[in-house]
Design a protein around this ligand. Structure first.
Ligand SMILES: [Fe+2]
Length: 246
């Protein structure tokens, strides 16, 4: 596990079928993916733990996935705002294909400049039921063409961590490319506008650690972010901003 997601009440621990190869490590031999093996038959799971008690409240099997970075997560409640019925987790997902690990190797980055060899990625959205159901779902939350079918190193306005949110910021792809190339390498850090009432207002100040947007399109993406599909009635910017913070 490289990263995980949190909501207001839960920690979500992902278990994708990219597993350490203990036997190769003991022998000092490289595994198919450095220290890892890709074993989809071993299953893919999401585990939900209560932040206050530490107890596991759900462990569900999900479709095979390959995700290194998680964007955000939140709890899904019914109309009566009762206990959470499910946890929603968004991530940068590579269509259940570990090829991205090799793609980002330095020698490949140097060898395939300007070639369109960056594997497709999407905003993967898990729905993890909390009613004891054994399976969770994985869908695409955003039209992948909006970010050039490449997305990673996502960030959000931290005021919305663990809550419903609308905008995500990331490195996207301007193809052809062999690397996410539209915002920056290393992700973005937010400087929220003082007294901002909405997520969009805070977007005016996004600081990139390395590099500059490589095109006008990239600049636009950086300022505006990627709008995720969401139930508009519940996710209007501004409405969320008035929710009490915990
Ligand atoms: Fe990372």
């Amino acid at each position: 596990m490289h990263s995980f997601a949190v909501t207001e009440n839960y920690v979500v621990v992902p278990e994708m079928p990219l597993r350490y190869s203990a036997s190769r490590l003991l022998k000092g031999e490289p595994a198919p993916y450095y220290a890892f093996e890709w074993l989809p038959a071993s299953g893919s799971y999401m585990h939900v733990m209560c932040r206050s008690t530490g107890k596991t409240v759900a462990s569900v099997e999900v479709p095979p996935f390959m995700a290194i970075h998680y964007i955000n997560a939140y709890e899904e409640r019914g109309e009566d705002d009762g206990p959470a019925a499910a946890v929603i987790v968004d991530c940068c997902e590579h269509y259940g294909d570990p090829a991205i690990i090799e793609t980002l190797a330095l020698h490949r980055l140097r060898s395939f400049r300007d070639q369109d060899v960056l594997p497709d990625a999407r905003v993967g959205r898990f729905r993890i039921p909390l009613d004891g159901s054994p399976f969770g779902e994985l869908d695409t939350a955003l039209d992948p063409e909006e970010h050039g079918r490449g997305i990673d190193m996502c960030s959000i306005n931290p005021a919305y961590l663990g809550k419903r949110y609308r905008y995500a910021y990331a490195c996207g792809a301007r193809r052809p490319c062999n690397f996410p190339n539209t915002l920056t390498v290393g992700g973005a850090t937010f400087g929220p506008r003082p007294k901002a009432r909405t997520q969009f207002e805070c977007n005016d100040k996004v600081f990139c650690r390395l590099g500059k947007p490589s095109s006008r399109r990239a600049s636009s993406f950086g300022r505006r972010g990627a709008k995720t599909k969401a139930p508009k009635a519940k996710m209007k910017a501004g409405e969320e901003g008035r929710r009490p913070r915990h």
